[in-house]
Design a protein around this ligand. Sequence first.
Ligand code: 5GP
Ligand code: ZN
Length: 120
Amino acid sequence: MEDCIFCKIVAKEIPSDIVLENSEFLAFHDINPKAPVHILIIPKSHYDSFQDIPPVVMANMTPFVQEVATKLGVAKSGYRLITNIGKNGGQEVGHIHFHLLGGAKLKWGHFSDSNPQGNL
Ligand code: 5GP
Ligand code: ZN
């Protein structure tokens, strides 16, 4: 998709530090890591978010994610897989991507302030 930064990464028009690649998926290091291991996993085809992705793509992605985790050495120690969806989900790049975070014990907490109702 034109003007999509992750489509440009898929096309190698923008460089990235690739971890694993096959015909359907690409895994690369996040440019601004929030954990010792922070990988972005994307389908090469453009879908705006999880809300748009066909189930078969999700199914095919499963072994790819597992292989990335093994390759990065976090399959046994554990990791977190996140996809942010839309404005309230905090999605900044409009090409679906899964954050694979690991390499340390991760904290849990999502609201933008201490209000348990969130900050919607
Ligand atoms: P989001 O907030 O949309 O869930 O996450 C977008 C992620 O993409 C962020 O963690 C950000 O650091 C990462 N990112 C944005 N632009 C680039 C880029 O050009 N290269 C790489 N490797 N990561 C990027
Ligand atoms: Zn795209």
